[in-house]
Design a protein. Structure first.
Length: 242
């Protein structure tokens, strides 16, 4: 494994059947939102799947492994993140193809209406909410892409009836729904995520289906932590912790 790790990198345990991921000690690192998205999304082994804004590949790795996906693409614009993702995928011996490109170019690369499932943990924050232009800012702010571009790309890539699964900030729910519907992606399932039940929700998980009729199912909330700060039983199950 030493030849796959570079200076200032570490190997982190994904706590699922010895899956590991390479992360930069000083760069952007995945968080719980990626793990809960990979658990929320559903797919079949025969599905063609795409993870947009893939970063270091954590969602693609967890989702493809849990669902035994045979064909998966991970699309990431930042070269350093994409390259780390490739090495993590190699280490875990998974069949995921990394595409280091702007998601706006995905149509030229793979064509249209080829995907059954798309996952995306996009940059949450608007451009005006940062003055930085570095790896972490690009991962967390809409500098290189935004909701409309993601929805447009997903709508083009998905087959009729295909699904997109997204995690995002709860306070941007109206923006998310508006953008998805604009590109014929109908929200069908919503789950609100609370850091603690006594706190306001900070995340939403949403499933949308291309070409579907309107009508949304709202699931029971996902609460991540108990009032004493310990993980809830559901979060432990998501992380596959005993």
């Amino acid at each position: 494994m030493n030849n796959l790790l570079k200076e200032n990198e570490r190997l982190d345990d994904l706590e699922l059947d010895n899956l590991m991921i390479i992360q930069d000690k000083n760069g952007y690192k995945f968080s719980t939102d990626s793990v809960i998205l990979a658990n929320f999304a559903k797919g079949k082994p025969s599905d063609v799947c795409v993870d947009l804004c893939s970063g270091g590949g954590v969602v693609a790795i967890l989702f493809s492994y849990k669902n035994k996906i045979r064909k998966m693409y991970a699309v990431e614009i930042q070269e350093k993140q994409a390259e780390m993702s490739r090495r993590s995928i190699e280490y875990n011996n998974l069949n995921i193809e990394v595409i280091n490109d702007d998601l706006k170019n995905l149509k030229k690369i793979l064509g249209s209406e080829f995907a059954d499932v798309i996952t995306v943990n996009p940059p949450y924050n608007r451009v005006g909410e940062t003055s930085e232009l570095d790896e972490i800012a690009i991962s967390t702010h809409e500098i290189k892409t935004n909701l409309d571009e993601i929805s447009k790309c997903a709508s083009n890539a998905l087959k009729f009836g295909g699904k997109i699964y997204m995690v995002h900030r709860a306070d941007r729910l109206a923006d998310i729904i508006s953008s998805l519907k604009k590109y014929n992606l109908e929200p069908k399932v919503l789950r609100v995520v609370y850091p603690k039940i006594s706190k306001e929700p900070n995340l939403v998980l949403i499933e949308a289906k291309k070409g579907a009729k309107s009508g949304i199912k709202i699931l029971k909330p996902l609460v991540l932590n108990n009032e004493d700060g310990t993980e809830t039983e559901e979060l432990k199950q998501i992380y596959c912790r005993k």
